[in-house]
Design a protein around this ligand. Structure first.
Ligand code: CAO
Length: 526
């Protein structure tokens, strides 16, 4: 039986009053679930709003040029059939005799992520599950997320399968719970706070992978130059579909407006290898295609989604940011003995006081001293946005690849609290239990390879941040005190920074400050 539903602007992150640049449907149109209805374009990204259900458009409530925010009504949709989403109040409609105790389990609040792919379904009908037991695994562009059972029960029916894309509120499965009167509890991820602003959130289409078989791939879209390019909305949409950065394309239309043919020619040139991904460096040949199997046995392993997407972010950062790395050393002899003492004191609480916790504390002090490091360039590249908060990212190595959970308000936390929180997020990141909003809003990143080895490295800035601190393995070195050599535990520091924002002198002052702070722990207010 059909029913008319109001389709509203879903959670679109931090965007408010975003202009509608295209209305892609009209009354009477039949639409599929997930088919795009309207396109919004802010100064930072284009966002397409998909149909929550299949059905027929009854009435439009918006037009091109209107400005909308989360919750605004877009249109009325006659849904094709009564579907799980509308059955909130009527679980009995599932036809189960145990209806009062059968509850739909839905995707909880997973931050700003929409249409996230299911990579694993961990249960089958008939399975008994305990509260918090993982039911499915989602993999978004930044993290894998396991959705836990809100309460104990028996799986009655699966509503999803591997490969399906889901968003907050979508029904995953029907769960028969023992306590019919128990309140509809929500799984842990709903406890997540809303993400902090993310200055350069990529538009969904921007993260679309380039065709795998191509000899070259398109460079990632730069939202700043894409936004400024002279092109009509439909051309912008077309460019996004292909993943083509309008900022790199020379228009041949009136007043240099970019035309459809310009995009096609650009894409053809890149994919045929005639132009390099750099766009600005014609004549640089693409990587050679080598038949490795002709030299010996090989095995091809697909990259994980996290590998692929992290790779894209890193490549984009490496490509767009002129990096310089400043090296230094810090005498952490005193700090290390304090760390060991504190660790022993906290042993009964199960908290290991780690060096990274001290580094977070020291980084906050250095950011306060040098506010230019706690900043991001806005998408125009013409303004620096200085942050008054101190959210520090910590790079964590997981079996699926690198991820960077963010320790919010690090300035307000003590060493033991920071150590416990870093250990907690690192563990959950490795178990795919990190929430997407825990990966957002960072100001500055710390990447520690100290537990592994090495004397220095050149970390890549975690854009849109402007600097990242790498630390390598500490070692005892002879340090001259003016009279004699003393054995000191020296920690190698590698600070990579965005040279558009930070000058070499400022970077050297920053690492000097950091090194003095770590050497003199009395100055590091713990
Ligand atoms: N020098 C010498 N030893 C060090 C050290 C350093 N700089 N840092 C840590 N260690 C030692 C610790 O003392 C500890 O030894 P014990 O087990 O004997 O106590 C061991 O190494 C493990 O350290 P830890 O438990 O304190 O963990 P950590 O704080 O070093 O690291 C985390 C935590 C999450 C940062 C880490 O596990 C990790 O994932 N690192 C990889 C980050 C990464 O991939 N960076 C590269 C990104 S590319 O830019």
């Amino acid at each position: 039986m059909a029913n008319v539903i109001s389709v509203k602007v879903p959670d679109i992150g931090d965007f408010k009053n975003v202009g509608i640049i295209e209305v892609l449907v009209k009354p009477g149109d039949k639409v599929d679930k997930e088919q795009s209805l309207i396109t919004l374009e802010s100064d930072k990204a284009s966002i397409e709003i998909p149909a929550p259900e299949a059905g027929v458009i009854k009435e439009l409530k918006v037009k091109v040029g209107d400005k909308v925010s989360e919750g605004d009504l877009i249109l009325m949709l006659e849904a094709a059939a009564a579907v799980a989403k509308t059955q909130k109040a009527a679980p009995a409609a599932q036809g189960s005799p145990a209806a009062p105790a059968v509850k739909p389990v839905k995707v909880p609040d997973i931050g700003d992520f929409k249409n996230v792919g299911i990579i694993e379904v961990l249960v089958t009908p008939g399975d008994k599950v305990s509260k918090e037991q993982s039911l499915i695994t989602l993999e978004s562009d930044k993290a894998s997320i396991e959705i836990p059972a809100p309460e104990a029960g028996v799986i009655k029916e699966l509503k999803v399968k591997v490969g399906d894309k889901v968003s907050e509120g979508d029904v995953i499965l029907m769960l028969e719970t023992s306590g019919a009167g128990a309140p509809e509890s929500k799984p842990a991820p709903t406890a997540a706070a809303k993400p902090a602003p993310q200055p350069q959130r990529p538009a969904p289409a921007a993260s679309r992978p380039a065709p795998a078989a191509s000899p070259a791939t398109l460079p990632p879209i730069n939202e700043g130059s894409f936004g400024k390019a002279h092109a009509s909305p439909s051309i912008r949409k077309f460019a996004r579909e292909l993943g083509a950065d309008l900022g790199r394309i020379q228009g041949t239309g009136p007043k240099s407006r970019i035309l459809r043919e310009d995009i096609l020619n650009y894409v053809k040139r890149i994919l045929s290898g005639a132009a390099s991904v750099g766009g600005g460096m014609p004549g640089v040949s693409p990587p050679p295609k080598v038949d490795f199997a002709s030299f010996g046995p090989v095995e091809t392993q697909p990259l994980s989604n996290i590998n692929k997407l992290t790779g894209k972010y890193l490549h984009s950062s490496w490509f767009h940011i002129p990096h310089v790395t400043q090296f230094d050393e810090a005498d952490i002899t005193e700090l290390e003995s304090l760390r060991k003492k504190m660790s022993a004191e906290h042993q009964d609480k199960g908290v290991k006081i780690t060096l990274v916790a001290f580094l977070v504390k020291a980084a906050v002090a250095a950011l306060k001293e040098f506010p230019r490091f706690n900043a991001s360039l806005d998408p125009s590249g013409e303004n620096l946005v200085l942050k008054k908060y101190f959210h520090i990212g910590v790079a964590v190595d997981t079996p699926d690849g690198l991820t960077v959970p963010v320790i919010r308000d690090s300035d307000k936390k003590g060493i033991a609290e920071l150590a416990a929180e870093i250990a907690d997020v690192a563990t959950r990141a490795r178990q795919k239990k990190i929430r997407p909003n825990e990966l957002q809003g960072g100001c500055f990143t710390i990447s520690s390879l100290g537990g592994v080895g090495g004397t220095a490295f050149t970390p890549i800035v975690n854009q849109p941040e402007v600097a990242i601190l790498g630390v390598s393995r500490s070692s005892i070195k002879p340090v001259y005190d003016g009279k004699q050599f003393q054995p000191k535990l020296m920690l190698p520091l590698s600070l990579s920074y965005d040279h558009r924002v930070i000058d070499g002198v400022l970077a050297a002052k920053f690492t000097t400050f950091l090194s003095q702070l770590l050497a003199d722990i009395k100055r590091l207010s713990l």
